[in-house]
Every structure is written in structure tokens, then in C-alpha cells.
Write a protein that binds this ligand. Structure first.
Ligand code: SAM
Length: 284
């Protein structure tokens, strides 16, 4: 059907994102020793503007994620919606920053591919086994469940079934929760994405939702407070020494184009803070 074809095109976007990240890491913009196991080839060259845009996107998202983990002393959970082939679980494990449990949700077909890679590549499977206490680890075609990492195949537009699956895998609504969506809500209708954001506001009393998207699509439904920065602003506040380093990696003569590109995107974050975690928080 038409909607199957449309969903297939959406699923394919995870390859685009990971190929761009793979290319940027091969150029030295940031380090990701795990992405090679999901995208084997470095692939075609990408324009420096694209690489710098991905650099700002990844640094910006990581900054908010790490701030949340430090604030809660990792006594929290993270849900990455539309995670695709994202490698954040392995970075957090290496940096000793794993939350109590890290959840990912994507379409069953994307999840099946990700699980296949994990099963067949020891550098991916070892960290999951190491952080798991019992000898039984649940892996089937469409889900993986271990003590600290859970991957769920589900459609984010079907909330009752999403809610049921997350609870089946021990999602705890009482725990401070970080929800991430990086270039995902844009593939749904505004009504569908509002319902997901609203579900999150209803489900957790202490939570932060971080969304990376095109600027126009920013939403606010049932959250106490929300902020947004466009990526040109994010780019300008990234650490100066690292910026100087990445700007030397590839020559860029049209600075104007990069500015225009960055201005089309934003990171927004919304929070609910019943536990008053943010009270003493000056840095985030
Ligand atoms: N977040 C990853 C990143 O930034 O590297 C992947 C981004 S990719 C552009 C969008 C992802 O959202 C794809 O993996 C796609 O399958 C997923 N996605 C989009 N709509 C979805 C839906 N309704 N249910 C589940 N996953 C969805």
C-alpha cells in the first residue's frame, strides 16, 4: 500500500543519518568507535557544511543528555524514540554514564537489523552482556531486553501498544526520565507527534524531552517549561577550542551557506520537575 511505501522511505532515513555520522567521524569531527559496525563503508564524501551541521547536532544532543545523567547521578532512565542505528548506549557504557536502563524504540524492521548487527559483532554484544546480571538475555527478532539496554520494535504513532511494550520491559514511570527524539517527529503528522509528546508528559512526573528538528515543528503539550535554540546559536556556544579544531579539518569558503543551514534546525528541551532536580542546577 501507499502507507507501507511511505513508512519504508522513513525507515531508510536511519541509514542516511548513520552514513553522515560515519563520514563525519572518519574525518575526525568526533569519535565513535561503534558506528563502523552499523555502517561498514565510509561512503561518499559529504559537504563540509553537512559535517559541521552533524557535529553541532551530536554535540548539542550529547551535552543535554550528559547534563541530565550527571544531575540525576544516573539514577534515571533514557528513552530514545526513533533511535535508528544510534550508538549512544555504547558511548555511555564506555564513559561510565549508563542510566539505570536505556530504551530505544524504532520500527520493528529497523530494530531487527540493529539486533542482527549486535548479535553478530562482539564489540557491540560484549558491553550488553557485561552489564547484564543473569544468564538469560531476551533477544528475538524484534526486541532485545537486558538489565541496562532494551530495544523495542514499535510504531510511535500507536501509543497504547507502545505504552504496553515499554511497561512489559520494566519502564518505571516514577524514575526521572529523559526522552530523546533526534530527527524523528518530523516524519509524523503534527497530531501524531503531539500525541507522543503528550503521552510523555502524562506518563512521567519528572522528565525532560529533548527534540532535534526543523525549527518550525516545535511543540509544547503538557510540559511545565520549554526552551529552544536554533542550531546557529548552538554552534556559536560550542566549546571554542574544539570548534577551532573542527574548523581546521575542512576548508569552508561559503560561511553564509552554513549559517543558513544551521538556522533551519533547532534543539528544544521541555521539562517537568516534580522532584525539583533542577533547583540547584546552574549549568544546564
Ligand atoms: N535518531 C537517529 C539519528 O538521529 O541518528 C535516527 C534518525 S532517522 C532520520 C529517523 C528514525 O525514526 C528512523 O530510524 C525511523 O525508522 C524512525 N521512525 C520514524 N517514524 C517512526 C514511527 N512512527 N515509529 C517508529 N520509528 C519511527
Amino acid at each position: 500500500t501507499d502507507s507501507d511505501t511511505a513508512d519504508e522511505a522513513v525507515r531508510a532515513t536511519c541509514d542516511d543519518a548513520s552514513m553522515c555520522k560515519r563520514f563525519a567521524t572518519s574525518k575526525g569531527y568526533w569519535k565513535d568507535p561503534y558506528i563502523q559496525y552499523f555502517v561498514r563503508q565510509v561512503g561518499e564524501r559529504k559537504a563540509p557544511e553537512i559535517n559541521r551541521g552533524y557535529y553541532a547536532r551530536v554535540q548539542g544532543m550529547n551535552h543535554l543528555l550528559d547534563a541530565f545523567l550527571r544531575k540525576t547521578a544516573c539514577d534515571c532512565q533514557v528513552i530514545n524514540f526513533g533511535a535508528g542505528l544510534d550508538t549512544t548506549f555504547w558511548r555511555l557504557k564506555d564513559e561510565n554514564l549508563l542510566p539505570k536502563k536505556y530504551f530505544e524504540v524504532d520500527f520493528p524492521m529497523v530494530v531487527a537489523r540493529k539486533i542482527h548487527n549486535i548479535k553478530t559483532k562482539p564489540p557491540l554484544s560484549k558491553p550488553i552482556i557485561e552489564t547484564h546480571s543473569s544468564d538469560s538475555l531476551l533477544i528475538d527478532g524484534h526486541s532485545l531486553d537486558s538489565d541496562r539496554y532494551c530495544i523495542i520494535g514499535a510504531d510511535l504513532r500507536e501509543l497504547p501498544s507502545l505504552d504496553e511494550k515499554l511497561k512489559k520491559f520494566q519502564l518505571n514511570p516514577e524514575l526521572p526520565t529523559l526522552l530523546l527524539s533526534e530527527c524523528v517527529l518530523v516524519y509524523m503528522t503534527p497530531e501524531q507527534s503531539s500525541r507522543l509528546v503528550h503521552w510523555a508528559a502524562e506518563t512521567f512526573h519528572t522528565a525532560m524531552f529533548v527534540n532535534y528538528e526543523q525549527k518550525e515543528r516545535f511543540l509544547k503539550t503538557g510540559w511545565e517549561s520549554a526552551n529552544a535554540l536554533d542550531m546557529a546559536a548552538v554552534y556559536s556556544v560550542l566549546p571554542q577550542d574544539d570548534m577551532a579544531r573542527i574548523e581546521r579539518l575542512e576548508f569552508l569558503d561559503e560561511k553564509e551557506l552554513l549559517q543558513q543551514l544551521l538556522q533551519h534546525y533547532s534543539i528544544c528541551w521541555a521539562f517537568k520537575d516534580k522532584l525539583k532536580l533542577g533547583k540547584s542546577c546552574k549549568e544546564c
